[in-house]
Design a binder for this molecule. Structure first.
Ligand code: NAD
Length: 246
């Protein structure tokens, strides 16, 4: 479905992002994954190469809010492959901190990674994606629709991701760039393992499809939205959540 496409995936070293990278590779894409540390980038690449030595996958660990660093990497990807077709803004951190304990430091950490990095990477990608008539995909969350009982800046950051998605879809449509988001429900990754049991267990019990989601469930939605099968879809935030309510 993505033969010869070149994709950049932030937060591609584990969890949902890793599965997006693997699914894109399986479907013929060349993938550049971003992570936060050299060790996690190297081990993700090693795991993928173990699965298939022919996978064309590389990695970087840039500061996602440093525009110059991101520009340099996009330019070297373009020089190497000739084009960039897909940007997936997936890196993110969550929170369950009560508002009364929420520090300005945590506010900045969440808004920098979950919002500012989406803004910076999308901005840098535009010239390349205009040339390729490419796609920007963002990882939102079900909490961007329903809110969340604690950790206020996490849902707030995902409301912002939806705003960026819908607004850039309008602004970039004339350049032939599609912009969509996927809003996962509760997905079995390290992020969810870190949250308190009391918060997660009742939520899983209330999911109409009767199970927690897998990274594969989410990666399949990204694959569809990245592919030409979704060529008339833009500005959408697609829930992939077993019909969960928060
Ligand atoms: P995860 O913790 O397993 O993976 C997070 C990824 O983000 C990693 O690849 C990590 O390298 C990267 N990352 C973290 N901090 C970074 C930093 N400072 N700089 C650069 N990269 C950094 O999480 P996940 O569950 O796979 O989440 C991926 C995305 O999905 C996030 O945007 C998250 O908000 C969203 N999401 C997850 C769930 C869920 O239930 N797991 C639900 C809804 C939305």
């Amino acid at each position: 479905m993505l033969n010869e496409k070149v994709a950049i995936v932030t937060g591609g070293t584990r969890g949902i992002g890793f599965e997006i990278v693997r699914t894109f590779l399986k479907n013929g894409a060349k993938v550049v994954l971003f992570g936060s540390r050299k060790e996690s980038v190297d081990s993700a690449i090693a795991e993928l190469k173990k699965e298939d030595t022919n996978y064309d996958v590389k990695g970087y660990y840039p500061n996602l809010v440093n525009e110059n660093e991101i520009k340099e990497i996009f330019e070297s990807v373009k020089n190497e492959y000739g084009h960039i077709d897909i940007l997936v803004n997936n890196a993110g951190i969550s929170s369950s901190t009560k508002i009364t304990d929420f520090t300005e430091e945590e506010y900045d950490k969440i808004s920098n990674l979950n919002i500012k990095s989406v803004f910076i990477c999308s901005k840098v990608a535009i010239n390349y994606l205009e040339e390729s008539k490419g796609v920007i995909l963002n990882t939102s969350s079900m909490v961007s629709i329903y809110g969340q009982k604690s950790g206020v800046m996490y849902p707030a950051s995902k409301f912002a991701v939806n705003g960026i998605t819908k607004s850039l879809a309008l602004e970039l449509a004339s350049k032939g760039i599609r912009v969509n988001a996927v809003a996962p429900g509760i997905i079995e990754t390290d992020m969810v393992k870190k949250l308190p049991k009391e918060m997660i267990e009742p939520l899983i019990k209330s999911i109409p499809l009767g199970r927690i989601g897998t990274p594969k469930d989410i990666a399949n939605a990204f694959l569809f939205l990245a592919s030409d099968m979704a060529s008339y879809i833009t500005g959408v935030v697609l829930p992939v959540d077993g019909s969960a309510k928060n």
